[in-house]
Design a protein around this ligand. Structure first.
Ligand code: UTP
Length: 297
């Protein structure tokens, strides 16, 4: 029987330089799509996939993130006094069970692989998920849940994958596909940020993973090697030689790169249009703006 995936690592220790000056004092993961911080979308997705333990890898200046998941007795008392049951209900999603959430510090931003490695002692010998909150995925069935279901069949390591235009491949880790089985592909290897002409496929890895503990052992060896960025994709690819298969999973859904300004703005519009109370007003405004800019051309 395959071990269930009940732990997820959320690496949130990056500097978020693409959002400076905001990220000087506001963690990127606390920035909001409409009225919910990016991290709330990530937590909701993890819960839907059966995750019970939430491990955040943080860094200096991420205090707001820890506060976000705390109970807020004064605020709750005020809302209760005023009979604002709907708002109290909304706050419930932000509260975590005691002991379900842990914070580990990454003292130096040495890369995503290093951030995941920092959480190794909380993982022990079991499979775990990794969620990058700046990849927000709108999907009927949450992306990680789709992956957990596929993983129950395949085991090994699984990375979320999506087709990208050839000229975009150099921004991602790219899969060298061995066998294409539809939603699931098995892979021969993974190349981090290849040149367009060297990309082995157009299947790019995005920020959802289900990993075997062997990846942490691979990262361990990397830690003892030379400095520089420690790439997660390299440590996963190393498993293929060590006989743990690696699969790409073509998820169903729309991914927004909220680590970039353009992606964040697109997501804001998409998530606002999905809200009944905002849709008509926003649509009217977008149409008006589009007409004005067309007239100005
Ligand atoms: P990014 O490549 O988006 O880096 O990291 P970043 O620092 O967040 O943002 P920019 O590029 O400076 O604007 C991808 C994910 O990996 C985490 C980030 O927090 C983000 O969730 N990360 C990255 C770490 O936790 N530690 C690192 O050393 C690097």
């Amino acid at each position: 029987m395959r071990k269930k995936v009940t732990k997820a690592i959320f690496p949130v220790a990056g500097l978020g330089t693409r959002f400076l000056p905001a990220t000087k004092s506001v963690p990127k993961e606390i920035m909001t799509l409409v009225d919910r911080p990016l991290v709330q979308y990530a937590i909701d997705e993890a819960r839907a996939a059966g995750i019970k333990e939430f491990i955040f890898v943080t860094s200096r200046g991420k205090g707001a993130l820890e506060d976000y998941f705390d109970h807020s007795p004064i605020l709750e008392q005020e809302l209760r006094k005023k009979g604002k049951e709907d708002l109290l209900e909304i706050l419930k999603d932000t509260n975590m069970d005691s002991g379900a959430i842990a914070y580990i510090r990454q003292h130096k931003a040495l890369g995503l692989g290093h951030a995941v490695w920092c959480a190794r002692r909380l993982i022990a010998n079991e499979p775990f998920a990794v969620i990058l909150p700046d990849d927000v995925i709108a999907a009927e069935k949450p992306c990680l849940q789709q992956m957990v279901e596929a993983y129950e069949e395949t085991g090994g390591n699984m990375v979320a994958a999506m087709e990208v235009a050839p000229e975009k491949a150099s921004s991602y880790g790219v899969l060298d596909v061995k066998e294409d089985m539809g939603s699931v592909v098995s892979v021969n290897g993974m190349v981090e940020k290849p040149k367009q002409e060297d990309a082995p496929s157009n299947l790019a890895v995005i920020g959802r993973y289900i990993l075997s503990p062997s990846v942490l052992r691979n990262l361990n060896q990397r830690k003892q090697g030379t400095g520089g960025e420690i790439q997660l994709t390299d440590a996963i690819a190393e498993d293929i030689a060590g006989d743990v298969p690696v699969y790409g999973y073509r998820f169903k859904g729309k991914r927004f790169d909220c680590g970039s300004k353009a992606g964040f703005l697109r997501a804001t519009v998409a998530f606002a249009l999905a809200r009944d109370e905002l849709r008509d007003d926003l649509m009217e405004y977008i149409t008006e703006v589009a007409q004005v800019s067309r007239a100005a051309e």
